[in-house]
Design a protein around this ligand. Structure first.
Ligand code: UDX
Ligand code: ADP
Length: 467
């Protein structure tokens, strides 16, 4: 099949940037990104590129180049499906909040709705590509729905998991370590795989495009995220031990990372990993293993999540105990709310639980994040249902200025590693804080010597307070 029209269902953090890059690199293909969320589509079409719904470095430039040429954002899902030879499914697959598998399994209702819509609308053969992270064997469920409810047209289902990391989405898409495509080994399946290989071949060297069977591809995505998250939990586990023993976790990370078998990446101790993928994918893995009765396997991976929850809890506990066992009425300034730098995404961000824990202790939390908007912060807190939304707005304030955030604070908690935090006028911040002025650096990004010389009491994750 000669692919001239691509449709992508879901204009989120995955669908938006991925399709923008495909449109940039394949000007001969018309790419239409559709979503049921009208506001989101309007934001993607906004003339002012700073209003795009997803913030990613360089994304605005690419959207500007391709939008209106061969990249379109629309709410007309049926039309885009009808026109396309290839349809990407990039809808959200949150963890189930009800019924069997609650809190663990992926909720596939949005995927199923998409499959039913594709089946209903399609009048010509289509290649359907799973982009969303999905439990192993979802492709067969999609195929089942398509084959049994469709209009007799042929569907090929491919798995093409997304490995982009937020904050570096554009460069990850332009220069991927690898592209993974899983498909059926039948002649039709192989042909569909080749069609997708050809699209990526417009900018990715062929040697970096791996083709596998569908199940291997689906499981590889969960496995990659589980391995990455496991490294973060491993270094975070060591960070607590370092604080007790006088070792410095950054020195340990450097020493072990220079072993070429271990490697230096993903060894930065932190306040705990966040993001839409790590926790969800591991819970998925745990759930799948448990479903097959593989208790040791599921318990093994579950420990990665248990460690992550512990790291968040111990960070807030440490703030309370260091501030003389009470933070009631004390202002605690949060620098950062996003789950990592260079993104406005806050899903599963450690900051949310840490704020919640401190609000339970009646702290007055004040938040500054360079990219996250006030509504998002309150929505994240309200979602936890720990207290009513009025109470959340009373106890937690969102500021637009970091100096205002830190003014009269008893302590500062650094929760995201935004570059700009390092360059602040720390003397000025110190002068306007209550004394002793504490900093809890949950990302290990600030300059200890400078801060100590100014007079701060500086706690660094993985080395503790060194005066
Ligand atoms: C991840 C995977 O990296 C990506 O391949 C997949 O497609 C989606 O999930 P993402 O969640 O966007 O990407 O960001 P990532 O850079 O992996 O960071 C995840 C979390 O781990 C962040 O909260 C980050 O701060 C934290 N982290 C990462 C650490 O705490 N220490 C590290 O050394 C690395
Ligand atoms: P991700 O990080 O996986 O991209 P997001 O939540 O950012 O997840 O984006 C998923 C998008 O998919 C949302 O904008 C949501 O409105 C959209 N979506 C979900 N179900 C459908 C559907 N059936 N048709 C069209 N869009 C959908």
């Amino acid at each position: 099949m000669n692919i001239k029209n691509i449709c992508c269902i879901g204009a989120g953090y995955v669908g938006g940037p991925t399709m923008a890059v495909i449109a940039k690199k394949c000007p001969h293909i018309k790419v239409t990104v559709v979503d049921v969320n009208k506001d989101r589509i309007a934001a993607w079409n906004h003339e002012d590129l700073s209003k795009l719904p997803v913030f990613e470095p360089e994304l605005d430039t690419i959207v500007q180049e391709a939008r209106g040429r061969n990249l379109f954002f629309s709410t007309d899902v049926d039309k885009a499906i009808d026109e396309a030879e290839m349809i990407f499914i990039s809808v959200n697959t949150p963890t189930k909040t009800y019924g069997k598998g609650k809190g663990m399994a992926a909720d596939l209702k949005y995927i199923e709705l998409c499959a039913r819509q594709i089946a209903r609308v399609s009048k010509t053969n289509k290649i359907v590509v799973e982009k969303s992270t999905l439990p192993v064997r979802t492709a067969s469920a999609i195929k089942n729905i398509l084959d049994h409810t469709g209009n007799g047209v042929q569907f090929q289902i491919l798995s093409n998991p997304e490995f982009l990391a937020e904050g570096t989405a554009v460069s990850d898409l332009l220069n991927p370590d690898r592209v993974l495509i899983g498909g059926d080994t039948t002649p039709e399946g192989t042909k569909a795989v080749n069609d997708l290989v050809e699209i990526y071949g417009n900018w990715v060297p062929k040697a970096q495009i791996l083709t596998t069977n569908v199940w291997s591809s689906e499981l590889s995505k969960l496995a990659a995220n589980a391995f990455l998250a496991q490294r973060v939990s491993s270094i975070n586990a060591l960070s607590e031990l370092c604080e007790q023993t006088g070792a410095d976790v950054n020195e340990v990370a450097k020493a072990i990372g220079m072993d070429s078998r271990i490697g230096p990446k993903f060894l930065k101790a932190s306040v705990g990993f966040g993001g839409s993928c790590f926790q969800k994918d591991i819970l998925n893995l745990v759930y799948i293993a448990r479903t097959y009765g593989l208790d040791e396997v599921s318990n093994y991976w579950e420990q990665v999540i248990i460690m992550n929850n512990h790291q968040k809890q111990r960070f807030s506990d440490n703030i309370v105990s260091t501030l003389y066992n009470t933070v009631s009425g004390k202002k605690i300034a949060f620098l950062g709310w996003a789950f990592k730098k260079d993104t406005n995404d806050t899903r599963e961000s450690a900051a949310i639980n840490i704020a919640d824990n401190l609000l339970n202790e009646q702290a007055a939390v004040s938040v500054y994040d360079p990219k996250v908007v006030e509504e998002r912060i309150y929505a994240d807190l309200d979602y936890l249902n720990s207290r009513d939304s009025e109470e959340n707005r009373k106890l937690l304030k969102v500021e637009n200025d970091p100096y205002e955030t830190c003014n009269k604070a008893h302590a500062i908690a650094v929760l995201t590693e935004w570059d700009e935090f390092v360059t602040y006028d720390w003397e000025r911040i110190y002068d306007n804080m209550e004394k002793p002025a504490f900093i809890f650096d949950g990302r290990g990004v600030l300059n200890r010597e400078l801060l100590n010389s100014i007079g701060f009491v500086y706690y660094n994750i993985g080395s503790g307070i060194i005066e």
